[in-house]
Design a protein around this ligand. Structure first.
Ligand SMILES: Cc1ncc(COP(=O)(O)O)c(C=O)c1O
Length: 363
């Protein structure tokens, strides 16, 4: 089996064809995908029927004056529709947050999702990394507060992709207060907050004009192809983001699905029941096998076997040969390929993963 060059690893998870090719495996090799952090319950059961009745929606442009999607989100979040902008996935929300600070200086709490850096590069921001430290990926708050002098924007992800760790609310409150002094906007990506036991930061929006929260509906509802997310903030910031959004950016099907997705309380409670079973159990079972696994508040976890990237690559290949696709960490500054990220899935898939991880550790 041939190894991939670090620069050849794909940027995101879920890239099975590229990886099978890199490792010289047949393109039709069956794989269980632990590399993409999607809800293993699959999309809501009613979605197929909804979509089959939705064809007429495609005969018209998405209506920019339709307030119903923003209203549905505002109601769910306890905000006003003026504090909501529906976006083409969480990804567009990230790029809009960068566009609002084009040409400025950005801080990014890393290791984290690679798109913050890419969005900053796209809009000509200079980037400085705030490195999380230690095995539990903590932030040096004092260093962050000092670095905020002169920074237009600070990006962080909560819970963080790929570490799964979640910064305490009190730390965010300190950063927000500091941001008021330095004129720094905090952009907190909450793409995975619905998988967490901790609350969103939406209550902080009431008193903060320098806070933007980014959300994705594609992870929770297992709809990455739909492209649906939103941005929350003070009305002034949201208006500026709207001015920078491309016309008809969110398609008519995605707009039409906002309200029914958010109204599906049963789907959310089934997701919570699944998480209540897997999140305490799976990372702990992996720790017991002798791997390092930071505490996670997401639907995925990081794992380290040895001390270097060579061991992680060998484990990656070992899992791939057993039909299990992990996520490499070569493009996460600070992880540098030493760790693997794995999504939590349903019982039988998790059992197969644990079996393979146990086999790897057996002398
Ligand atoms: C932290 C984070 N934010 C945003 C996104 C993008 O989400 P979407 O599919 O809604 O664009 C991802 C996707 O992997 C992510 O990991």
């Amino acid at each position: 089996m041939k190894a991939a060059n670090p620069q050849d690893w794909p940027e995101h998870g879920g890239r099975r064809t590229a990886l099978l090719k890199h490792f010289g495996l047949p393109p039709d090799q069956p794989l269980i995908d632990f590399s993409a952090n999607l809800n293993p319950l699959g999309p809501p059961a009613w979605l197929g029927e909804w979509l089959s009745g939705a064809a007429p929606r495609l005969a018209a442009y998405p209506n920019p004056d339709d307030e119903a999607p923003a209203r549905a989100i505002a109601e769910r979040e306890g905000l006003t529709p003026e504090q909501v902008l529906v976006t083409n996935g969480g990804a567009e929300a990230i790029y809009l947050a960068a566009a609002l600070h084009a040409g400025g200086h950005a801080l990014i709490v890393e290791p984290t999702f690679s798109e913050y850096r890419l969005a900053c590069a796209h809009y000509g921001l200079t980037v400085e990394s705030l490195a999380l430290y230690g095995e539990d990926f903590a932030l040096d708050l004092g260093a962050a507060e000092r670095a905020m002098q002169g920074a237009a924007v600070l990006f962080l992800c909560r819970p963080n992709n790929p570490t799964g760790t979640l910064m305490p609310r009190e730390s965010l409150e300190r950063l927000l207060a500091r941001g008021r002094e330095t004129g720094t906007t905090l952009v907190v990506d909450e793409a995975f907050i619905d998988f967490s036991d901790e609350a969103s930061l939406t209550p902080l929006l009431a008193g903060a004009s320098n806070l933007l929260l980014l959300r994705s509906l594609t992870k929770l509802y297992d709809l990455p192809g739909l492209r649906l997310g939103y941005l929350l903030g003070a009305p002034g910031l949201v208006r500026k983001a709207r001015e920078r959004q491309m016309p008809w950016s969110v398609n008519a099907l995605a707009l039409g699905l906002v309200a029914p997705l958010l109204a599906d309380a049963d789907y959310l409670s089934r997701t919570r029941a699944w998480l209540a079973g897997v999140r305490p159990a799976v990372p702990e079972a992996v720790r017991v096998l002798g791997y390092a696994v930071p505490a996670t508040q997401a639907n995925f976890f990081l794992l380290r076997s040895g001390q270097d990237a060579t061991e992680a690559e060998a484990l990656f290949a070992f899992l791939l040969c057993r039909g299990l696709l992990a996520r490499h960490t070569h493009n996460f500054p600070g992880l540098d390929g030493h760790w693997l990220r794995l999504a939590m899935r349903d019982g039988p898939d998790n059992a197969r993963l644990l079996e393979a991880l146990a086999a790897w550790r057996r002398p």
